[in-house]
Design a protein around this ligand. Structure first.
Ligand SMILES: C[S@@+](CC[C@H](N)C(=O)[O-])C[C@H]1O[C@@H](n2cnc3c(N)ncnc32)[C@H](O)[C@@H]1O
Ligand SMILES: *[C@@H]1O[C@H](CO)[C@@H](O)[C@H](O)[C@H]1NC(C)=O
Ligand SMILES: *[C@@H]1O[C@H](CO)[C@@H](O)[C@H](O)[C@H]1NC(C)=O
Ligand SMILES: *[C@@H]1O[C@H](CO)[C@@H](O)[C@H](O)[C@H]1NC(C)=O
Length: 304
């Protein structure tokens, strides 16, 4: 009895081992004999290898292809001086008066929280590090949501005694389904109250003198800022995290960066990075001969 059991266990063991070995073998064979991906597909791999980046830059630099990779709308040749940046936005976007005047209006009061701030990596050391280094007069934030990072930057600039003006570019729509996690952000007839709650947060932190929303898509907003001659010393990119969005934002934002300025952004190292942020930053740096620095989860590109 005992003998028979031992025997069948041994048999079972050798059978299992054989199956495992077979499985491993077929894996290895399948792996080594898989067709190598065509050249262009390499940019969709997790990390951009130097070879892949080089092949992309070769393609991007073909004279016939170049324009597809560039933003070509016209930019003003005379930059607006920093003290006229807010007046220019008030005039161009808000018909000459501050959106914070008499805010919140009576009909919105009951649908707003006194303050509701939530961000992602919004208090990282990178903000203070860069603000100390650049001492910006004008910051453009691309992707604001409820203002966590913008209000943190207000805190930092106050602490350093800087006169900094921050433009917050966001369509203030969030993304489809974001209310699954933010049910308390109210919706009125399909209109989610993200802009209003952001403005309420700014008012709560007494920051309406140094923060102004620019409530449009990042693409059209950044192109208009460029056309109006608005430039920034420091630009933060944190809007769409897919390759196409990040690529468009970085390329458009770079055109309004002052010489010597710094552009930086979130999600170089987080779960979102491989949706495209890291690939977009790597490719942009490669094509523009810039060196990428990192600070926490953030990427940083300095122009001097
Ligand atoms: C991750 S959140 C920004 C978080 C903020 N920087 C913080 O740390 O608190 C991304 C924001 O980008 C905005 N966004 C995404 N794509 C956009 C687009 N194409 N145009 C305008 N805003 C966009 C969304 O509305 C959302 O508020
Ligand atoms: C814009 O401002 C002008 C001048 O202050 C005013 O007459 C006009 O009614 C305003 N338009 C809107 C749509 O608020
Ligand atoms: C700004 O600093 C104050 C005081 O240290 C703090 O209470 C507040 O939470 C900070 N605000 C943000 C948005 O980080
Ligand atoms: C904003 O200013 C008011 C009035 O000066 C003050 O009472 C309040 O504490 C300030 N709020 C914050 C968050 O700093």
């Amino acid at each position: 009895m005992i003998q028979r059991n031992k025997l069948s266990i041994a048999k079972l063991f050798t059978q299992t081992t054989a199956i495992v070995i077979l499985l491993l073998l077929s894996f290895a064979l399948g792996y080594y004999s898989r067709p190598s991906p065509p050249h262009l597909l390499q940019i969709s791999q997790e990390t951009t290898t130097p070879a892949a980046a080089a092949s992309v830059s070769r393609i991007a630099n073909l004279p016939t292809q170049l324009e597809n990779f560039r933003v070509t709308t016209h930019c003003s040749t005379s930059p607006v001086p920093p003290h006229l940046v807010f007046p220019t936005i008030l005039d161009r976007v808000f018909n000459g008066s501050s959106p914070f005047t008499k805010f919140p209006p009576r009909h919105l009061r009951s649908s707003l929280k006194q303050k509701r701030v939530k961000g992602w990596g919004s208090n990282g050391a990178v903000f203070e590090n860069l603000i100390k280094r650049v001492k910006p007069r004008v910051i453009v934030e691309v992707g604001t949501f409820l203002g966590a990072s913008a209000l943190h930057m207000v805190n930092v600039t106050r602490k350093l005694g800087l006169q900094t003006q921050i433009l917050c570019l966001d369509d203030f729509r969030g993304w489809p389904g974001f209310r699954d996690r933010f049910k308390d952000i109210n919706m009125i007839n399909g209109d989610v109250q993200l802009l209003a709650q952001f403005m309420q947060n700014v008012v709560y932190f007494n920051a309406s003198g140094s923060v102004l929303p620019v409530p449009f898509s990042t693409g059209s907003g950044l192109e208009k800022l460029c056309e109006w001659g608005i430039t920034a010393d420091l630009i933060e990119i944190d809007a769409g995290h897919d390759f196409i969005s990040a690529w468009g934002d970085i390329n458009r934002a770079y055109r309004i960066l002052k010489p010597g300025g710094v552009i930086f952004g979130h999600d170089y190292f987080t779960a979102a990075d491989n949706r495209g942020v890291r690939r977009a930053v790597n490719l942009f740096a490669e094509l523009n001969n810039l060196k990428i620095h990192t600070d926490g989860q953030h990427w940083v590109l300095a122009t001097s």
